[in-house]
Ligand binder design. Structure first.
Ligand code: PFF
Length: 465
């Protein structure tokens, strides 16, 4: 292969084993998207209808695109921009494909900017829970406490800054040192705690209503906004469409199975999202809260549970600590594509690259912070009222547009531009049918499904007029 634009001193890293890759990619996938976003999207999207579309998207779009990202990354062993350039060159395709890498980097900045703000809320909630603030409080007051907190820009800025520093430090050190070990311990504990929360919810008196809300599909609720939201959430939750999984795949040892790893990551991510739903909604219904509360949802419901539970101070604090960890392991993957590109192409050190990228995302984050107070403005999106200005714009732009767009392009490239022999060799699928299935989903099913939805998003108003 030809070297494209790689700095002379550059050596591309590799995970110590396939398991580390699975762990890191699961760390990227499992995050605020599962525990904070999924429940509130389900709440706003009318419950079961959203969940059904989400699950369909995971299978038909998420799995083939995740395999494609890993395949491309491992084949080229470069940052997303250079992976696309190099493979396009090798396969005789247009160099314009590198656009996918640039789009992905821009998307990463936008997501990290609001992600870090919400992770900052989570950090604050570690201390607020530990201080006993929520013990025996009534739901109304717990709700009000969150309202006061998010509308105080200075406080939120401090937490956002702290979280961004944590993220930058890890990225600067390289992913291997420290984080790998932490994740290995943290992820299983988070899972067990979620199970414990689900048990608590079962006794809260709202379990039947919560379960029904989550799994009963009311087809009347399947509006275009819900379908698009569910598809976007599948991309967001699996970290797909922006090169995060691609760059992690580029550190994957050669002989590791791509399909097997993908299944594990996808199953872990899906199970954790559903558990979060099962933990949150019973509490919502048992306490007469609003399932459509939006981004505030878990910060209003979970403190109620912890405030009443025996040992809630301890468990609640631990829960938010773990959520911070889940967010942390996702945040690093949001800027890794940009950091890898800077080190690989510009020859910058990891420290400088991490500070530059983290700093930019930090700055953008201020727009999100202000969206919950002084700079809040509203607009309508597909008939739904959005009230948190820049936060909503960044979220909708990435979740509903740039991630799916990046995903289609990745699927088209992997499916049509990479020669069959090459993709077969890279995927090393034992069964022939398995490979054909991947190819069919990647070539036709996922680009068409995502394409139709994006087309509707951009031009749908002409049909409705
Ligand atoms: N998948 C992460 C979550 O669910 O919290 C968010 C995320 C990380 C999205 C990395 C995209 C990404 F590239």
């Amino acid at each position: 292969m030809v070297n494209v634009d790689v700095h002379v001193n550059y050596v591309h890293a590799q995970w110590s084993s396939r398991w580390v890759f699975v762990l890191a990619a699961t760390g990227s996938a499992v995050g605020l998207g599962n525990i904070w976003k999924f429940p509130y999207m389900v709440g706003q999207g009318g419950g079961g209808a959203f969940v059904l579309v989400y699950l369909i998207c995971i299978v038909l779009i998420g799995i083939p695109i995740m395999m494609s990202e890993v395949l491309l990354g491992r084949r080229a062993r470069r940052s997303p921009v250079n992976t696309m350039r190099l493979l396009a060159q090798d396969e005789g395709a247009s160099p314009a494909w590198q656009f996918v890498g640039w789009l992905g980097m821009a998307t990463g900045f936008l997501i990290l900017s609001f992600y870090s703000v919400v992770a900052g809320w989570t950090l604050a909630y570690v201390f607020r829970t530990a201080s006993g603030l929520f013990a025996m409080e009534n739901p109304e007051r717990i709700k009000a406490l969150f309202g006061v907190f998010v509308t105080d820009p200075q406080q939120v800025l401090a937490w956002h800054t702290l979280f961004m520093m944590m993220t930058t430090i890890i990225v600067a050190r390289g992913v291997r040192a420290g984080l790998e070990r932490a994740v290995k311990f943290m992820m299983p504990v988070l899972f067990i705690l979620l199970l414990a929360l689900v048990f608590y919810s079962m006794g809260s008196g709202g379990f039947d209503a919560g379960f029904e809300f989550l799994f009963h599909t009311d087809f009347n609720k399947l509006t275009p906004a819900v379908i698009l939201g569910a598809m976007g959430q599948a991309f967001f939750s699996l970290s797909l469409g922006m090169g995060a999984i691609l760059i992690y795949g580029s550190y994957l040892p050669q002989q590791s199975s791509i399909a097997g790893s993908t299944f594990m990551i996808v199953i872990a991510d899906t199970v954790i999202a559903l558990l979060a739903g099962l933990a949150v909604f019973p509490i919502v219904f048992a306490n007469g809260l609003e399932p459509g509360a939006g981004p505030a949802l878990i910060f209003e419901t979970l403190p109620i549970a912890f405030g009443q539970m025996p040992g809630g101070l301890f468990w609640g604090t631990l829960f938010f600590v773990l959520l911070v960890f889940a967010a942390w392991t996702s945040a690093i993957s949001l800027i890794e594509p940009a950091v890898a590109w800077l080190t690989e192409t510009r020859g910058l050190g990891r420290v400088i690259s991490a500070v530059l990228t983290g700093g930019l995302a930090w700055l953008l984050g201020i727009l999100t912070i202000m969206s919950f107070s002084d700079w809040a403005f509203s607009f309508r999106f597909l008939g739904v009222e959005k009230t948190n200005g820049f936060f909503d714009i960044f979220d909708l732009l990435t979740t509903n547009i740039t991630l799916p767009l990046g995903g289609i392009l990745i699927a088209l490239f992997a499916g049509w531009k990479i020669q069959r022999d090459h993709s077969r060799e890279e995927l090393t699928l034992r069964s022939h049918a398995g490979f054909e299935m991947w190819l069919f989903l990647t070539r036709f099913v996922s680009p068409v499904l995502v394409g139709v939805l994006l087309f509707y998003l951009l031009f749908g108003h002409y049909f409705n007029a």
